[in-house]
Design a protein around this ligand. Structure first.
Ligand SMILES: Nc1ncnc2c1ncn2[C@@H]1O[C@H](COP(=O)(O)OP(=O)(O)OP(=O)(O)O)[C@@H](O)[C@H]1O
Length: 300
């Protein structure tokens, strides 16, 4: 497999604001690729340029070897672009909505029924889109973007504004789209989402891509301590403080957290004391990576 998206030197300025600043990007075929950054980082602008919807001031991008600008209609059958829920055609039911997309792309209606089924929307087929929940509306908008069986799917913050349960349900749906062999490019400002879903993550801030790698490699590349948490009662604060390799200890009403660069000896010492009840070991996260790269705490 080779790369399916290539972008070189992409830049876009709005008046005085440099929204996208000299971005290079390569996405491998079949990847689940995330563009992660805080609000205003330039993710949407970058995505729109790569989709061929927005003209860059400079630089170029191609999908499957075809230049995206000037607008290339040969690309349309190959790419799926998620329409925001608010961009539904007014007054249509879920089934009418997706059939309208099928008509635009010349896709068969059987495909619509199959997608409604796949996305758990069969029961909502005759419901007006204004009456769908946030999660159902997002699933429908993603189903619409898949109606012509595209090879590459672009999703712009698909889980924004969803409650935690609906977000997690949508994650399963998104994994399924990628498991079918499609390349997925997703923007998000949720660190946990990028870390959980994506094979590769580009961290974006102030129009620039700061780094691109697998979440695991990004996290392994920084020097952040582990936190080991156990239920209180198994070990006293002062004892925990003296365990080998423990840097500091935090105590709450029902848990004790030990901070260490080397979890193994601490875990062994806790096991010796039969003090492993409720144990959880948390390493660095992408938030720590962002902090290391920018010097600021991550605020979506
Ligand atoms: N059409 C426009 N005209 C002027 N400025 C714009 C325009 N679109 C975006 N911007 C500005 O460019 C910057 C990048 O916006 P963009 O929407 O690409 O970022 P984003 O990372 O997708 O953020 P969000 O998550 O909030 O959508 C922001 O400061 C935004 O205010």
């Amino acid at each position: 497999m080779g790369s399916v998206i290539q972008a070189r030197g992409l830049s876009k300025r709005y008046d005085t604001h440099q929204a996208v600043d000299n971005v290079d990007l390569t996405v491998e075929e079949g990847a689940f690729f995330g563009i992660l950054g805080p609000n205003g980082a330039g993710k949407t602008t970058l995505l729109e340029i790569i989709e061929g919807i927005r003209k860059p001031d400079s630089g170029s991008a191609s999908i499957a070897g075809l230049d995206v600008w000037p607008r290339n209609t040969n690309l349309l059958p190959r790419i799926g672009v998620q329409f925001q829920a608010t961009a539904f055609f007014p007054k249509l039911t879920a089934a009418e909505q997706i059939r309208t997309f099928a008509d635009l792309y010349g896709a068969p209606y059987e495909r619509c029924e199959a997608l409604l089924e796949q996305f758990g929307l069969t029961e909502k087929a005759n419901t007006g889109t204004e009456e769908l929940s946030g999660g159902q509306a997002q699933r429908l908008s993603i189903a619409c973007s898949l109606v012509h069986d595209p090879q590459v799917v672009f999703l712009d913050e698909p889980t924004a504004a969803l409650d935690p349960q609906a977000r997690r349900n949508l994650w399963d749906t998104l994994r399924g789209i990628n498991a079918e062999g499609r390349t997925v490019v997703l923007t998000t400002h949720y660190m946990d989402e990028a870390q959980t879903l994506c094979d590769e993550v580009a961290i974006m801030d102030n129009g620039r891509i700061l780094t691109v790698d697998t979440p695991r490699a990004l996290i392994a590349g920084i020097d952040a301590p582990h936190k080991i948490t156990v239920n209180t009662g198994g070990i006293a604060y002062d004892d925990a403080r003296r365990l080998p390799g423990v840097i500091s200890v935090e105590e709450s009403t029902d848990a004790l957290t030990m901070v260490t660069d080397d979890p193994a000896p601490v875990l062994i010492a806790l096991a010796d004391r039969r003090a492993l009840d409720g144990v959880a070991v948390v390493g660095a996260t992408l938030e720590d990576v962002f902090l290391e790269l920018t010097g600021r705490e991550y605020r979506a």
